[in-house]
Design a protein around this ligand. Structure first.
Ligand code: AGP
Length: 613
């Protein structure tokens, strides 16, 4: 989810590029860089950290004619996926003598193979990034035609990209291309500004051309020529951007939370990409360097985390026991770190953390390491403390999660935990055939989410009936118990309604005393084992005048009759049905909070990352 800005035209490029980077900084902010070119010189400037650090670096070069006069350049603000957030790993990346300079958003899956080949051809690598592979690949084909070199290089790329690049000896000509990572081109009078999203261009023009996947465009001044990877000329209609600048940073959504909810199909595809081998019926988690022999030796999975990450861990526990047949447990990180836990060399301790900076989870990591356990991270922020201190694990690739309420991180965590369970299961008793089916079930998750997102307006209408309440129960069983916990957490943290999640069977052990008309109940009633018992709980709630919202499987007439309101979600095996059911509750909570006028992205008292005990 990096930010790309590029400009070519009649104005000085630097201020346009810097302003564009500032607009995109929410997309990724661990490092930033700019490359400017002119007839006489080409230079690359990079800085770790926020865009302000890059601006400070450039301020020290104010005598440079290039900075003042260059009318063509590219810029990038990074969200690290391969390689820690360092200056060397920052974009733009350049080939020898700055012959080719390039910025990239996306993930190149076959970067290792390409890197080996380029090294054999004599290229030296200065960074750990997959992007540097691409710039040297373009260079290897370059023969004074940057378009030809780029198209030949892209044909060898597996994975996703949004790129902008230029050749030193063809100043003014930009080549931009996309596959899976958005690229938009703003057209002006004898100038063009390219970006990874519209927020960087609307201050200059509202006429935008969005590239399609496998498009490649030659942009020079106000001229644009778009071709496909098979070199066919195509026309893409320009569209009018009608967002406000503030709305543009949120991709046109009212809040980052809604934007991140709607990013989930793409985020989950990124989390899964390159990690499922359907033919082998297994997961390929290269960051979790565990051979089958080692997996067989591990006798237990212990998951540690906090908040939403802890709720995701519950799904991982259930799936690992269910499919791999090995013991698994989930520990609240603060509890784990102080309880003198019994873990050792035969245990895999998996620390789940979106930020990778949560103090209690970090302390749990250190405690587990002290006790000789094998410790790995399941983290979203590349290069974060937990990622570095565990030294191995699986990055979520969910992209920056700005809103305090965690949404896409949760669904990506669950998707990765299902892949971990698959890996364990196939090292134990799961058959090849069942492994293939499990792999297909995981691959089907993004489409399940898309079907729930399509019900956003319907869910908003259901939410209207719950705005008036000040308390609520969420109940579920089995795999749906973590969904009840996560749904309650979402509602409480953004709407301030006192929502509590319970195992449905727990109601009779106390909570049922609170049931009355003013205590609505959200019941997870997806088809599967346990549904009938939860339906029984629903009748108990109804008998005490509680209003019930059911999350039900599409077409379940029995469940529809039992509840007062319902949200239908696609039918799926319960271990994957967790995700669409959670997305339904994310949207439900979002609309209740929106209707209550709450400051959704920054709820009171909360921080995005709890870096203190
Ligand atoms: C969830 O919406 C909250 N933002 C919070 O519970 C969060 O999940 C928790 O603080 C853990 O954060 P982490 O995943 O960054 O470690």
């Amino acid at each position: 989810m990096c930010g790309i800005v590029a400009y070519t035209g009649k104005q000085a490029a630097l201020p346009i590029l810097i302003n564009g980077l500032k607009r995109l900084e929410y997309r990724g902010y661990d490092s930033a860089g700019i490359a400017l070119t002119s007839e006489s010189e080409t230079k690359v400037y990079k800085a770790k950290g926020k865009v302000a650090n890059l601006v400070e670096l450039l301020a020290g070069q104010e005598d440079s004619l290039l900075l003042k006069e260059s009318t063509c350049g590219i810029a990038h603000t990074r969200w690290a996926t391969h390689g820690s957030p360092t200056q060397e790993n920052a974009h733009p990346h350049a080939s020898p003598e700055n012959q080719i300079v390039l910025v990239h958003n996306g993930i190149i899956e076959n970067h290792n193979q390409l890197r080996a080949k380029l090294k054999a051809d004599g290229y030296e690598f200065l960074s750990e990034t997959d992007t540097e592979v691409l710039v040297h690949l373009v260079d290897s084909f370059y023969d004074d035609d940057i378009y030809d070199a780029v198209i030949r290089a892209l044909k060898q790329i597996e994975g996703t990209y949004g790129i902008a690049c230029f050749a030193k000896n063809q100043p003014g000509k930009l080549i931009v291309a996309r596959r899976g990572s958005p690229i938009v081109i703003g057209m002006g009078d004898q100038e063009a500004i390219v970006a990874s999203d519209a927020s960087a261009i609307i201050n200059y023009t509202r006429q935008a051309v969005y590239l399609d996947d496998n498009d490649i465009a030659i942009v020079q001044g106000g001229d644009i020529e778009i071709r496909t990877l098979d070199d066919s000329l195509v026309t893409r209609q320009a569209s009018e951007i009608d967002w406000s600048p503030d709305a543009a940073e949120k991709g046109g959504y009212e809040h980052y939370m809604l934007k991140e909810i709607f990013e989930q199909p793409e985020a989950i595809r990124n989390a899964i990409r390159g990690r499922i081998d359907v033919n082998a019926g297994n997961a390929v988690l290269s960051g979790l360097s565990l051979a089958p022999r080692e997996l067989v030796d591990l006798q237990r999975l212990v998951v540690v985390g906090c908040g939403t990450s802890l709720n995701a861990g519950l799904v991982g526990q259930f799936a690992t026991e269910d499919f791999a047949g090995i013991p698994a447990s989930v520990e609240q990180a603060a509890e784990f770190r102080y309880r003198n836990p019994i873990v050792g060399s035969r245990d895999l301790v998996l620390a789940i953390s979106q930020s990778g900076e949560t103090a209690d989870t970090l302390a749990a990591v250190r405690e587990a390491q002290q006790k000789g356990a094998l410790v790995a991270g399941l983290v979203n922020v590349v290069g974060s403390t937990i990622a570095r201190e565990t030294g191995q694990g699986v990055y979520l690739h969910a992209g920056p999660e700005i809103s305090v309420a965690s949404t896409k991180a949760f669904t990506c965590q669950v998707s990765v935990l299902l892949m971990v369970a698959l890996k364990f299961a196939r090292a134990h008793r799961m058959s090849h055939e069942r492994g293939k089916r499990f792999a297909e079930e995981i691959l089907a998750i993004p489409e399940l989410v898309e079907r729930v997102l399509a019900k956003n307006d319907e869910i908003a209408r259901v939410a209207e009936s719950f705005v008036k309440y000040e308390k609520a129960f969420f109940i579920g069983r089995g795999y749906l118990y973590p969904v009840a916990m996560e749904g309650a957490l979402k509602l409480k943290e953004i709407s301030y309604i006192h929502a509590e999640g319970y195992h449905a069977a727990e109601l009779k052990h106390g909570p049922i005393a609170l049931l009355e008309e003013s205590m609505p109940v959200v019941a997870l009633l997806n088809d599967g084992p346990g549904k009938d018992k939860t339906l029984g709980n629903v009748y108990e709630c109804k008998a005490r005048n509680a209003t019930v919202l059911g999350i039900i499987t599409e077409g379940d007439e029995e469940a529809k009759q039992a509840v007062d309101h319902y949200i239908e979600v696609p039918d799926a095996p319960l271990h994957t049905a967790v995700v669409p059911a959670t997305v339904a509750l994310q949207l439900f909570s979002y609309h209740v909070a929106r209707l209550r006028g709450c400051p959704i992205d920054q709820p009171r008292n909360l921080a995005k990352s709890v870096t203190v005990e």
